[in-house]
Design a protein around this ligand. Structure first.
Ligand code: ZN
Length: 312
């Protein structure tokens, strides 16, 4: 039996055929033509999956289930709202069932999907209480307890990117002020480094981008950190300070076995995880007790396909 996992992003759709052990046997992708509307994107996904099955000489009967990770909120009725894709309460599950009546289909928030993959086959394997933070353009969250993804009574759970952990100098896209996402995402790193540079602080980051401040990436800031650049050190230390507040609050709330970081920013996990335990300890109530391990995700970008494949 095979599974299909599909990771829907704002620019592209990645699909894969996955075996029972979580190995991706075949991958294929297409563009997300958001401007053509929801039904058209669904048609493209239909073509992508059907061609993938054909190319591998499989039959739809060989596929146990198809799962989808979506960059959005999936409510209990299967309605999906995603600002990036311009989807507002679209009936995602029904649209997929219409195209694949022969197979079981599932959809879940992409950060939860990544957490499922890391729990089944990666850095959180077989742990009872698992929490994953995906640190990318924004911050996503996934919580797995005793093998079950916690999505809440209404599908709204595990949005740790929007837990409020302090007052910030700019508002979050969601309209609130102080969301974790505005302190601990790639966007937050870029914004803060720019702010320090605009305030007149000298930095080698500008050399990396030929003085085009608008081209700064989070990677540039981490690279500058490795060269002891003052602006980069201030920016990354601030990022870690607030990440530790979030992790400390999570320990106080759930006391997990493991906290895992994934997403693009976690490529610099050596810097992020260095000394993080001491920072987290400052934010937990029972300071002398042992607390969870904090690790980096191991499946990388494949977590989206693998986790989606095992949503069933
Ligand atoms: Zn927010």
């Amino acid at each position: 039996m095979y599974f299909i996992g599909v990771d829907i992003g704002g620019t592209g759709v990645q699909a894969g055929i996955v075996d029972e052990s979580g190995n991706i046997l075949f991958k294929k992708e297409c563009k997300t033509n958001v401007q053509n509307g929801f039904e058209s994107v669904m048609d493209d996904i239909n073509d992508l999956i059907r061609s993938m099955i054909l190319e591998n000489s499989l039959d739809i009967k060989d596929i146990k289930s198809i799962g989808f990770g979506v960059p959005s909120f999936v409510n209990k009725k299967g309605l999906v709202t995603c600002v990036n894709l311009n989807w507002h309460e679209v009936n995602f599950i029904e649209a997929i069932k219409k195209r694949f009546p022969e197979v079981d289909v599932y959809a879940e928030n992409d950060a939860t999907v990544a957490a499922i993959a890391e729990y089944k086959f990666g850095s959180m394997k077989d742990k009872d209480i698992c929490v994953m933070y995906t640190l990318g353009t924004g911050v996503g969250g996934g919580i797995i307890i005793n093998g079950k993804a916690i999505t809440g009574s209404h599908g709204m759970a595990s949005e740790m990117g929007h837990t409020i952990i302090g007052e910030n100098y700019y508002d979050c896209n969601c309209g609130s002020n102080g969301c974790l996402e505005t302190f601990c995402s790639a966007t937050a790193i870029i914004n803060y480094a720019k702010k320090l540079i605009n305030e007149g602080n000298k930095s080698i980051i500008l050399e990396f981008v030929d003085n085009k401040i608008e081209n700064i990436t989070a990677k540039d800031v981490f690279d500058a950190y490795r060269k002891n650049d003052d602006v980069a050190i201030k920016t990354i230390n601030r990022f870690k300070k607030y990440l530790a507040k979030a992790f400390g609050s999570m320990v106080n709330t759930l006391d997990p076995d493991v906290i895992c970081i994934g997403g693009g920013v976690s490529k610099s996990s050596d810097i992020i995880l260095d000394g993080i335990n001491d920072l987290v300890r400052e934010n937990i109530l029972y300071k002398n007790e042992e607390f969870c391990e904090i690790v980096c995700a191991t499946l990388g970008a494949d977590a989206g396909i693998i986790g989606a494949a095992f949503l069933g």
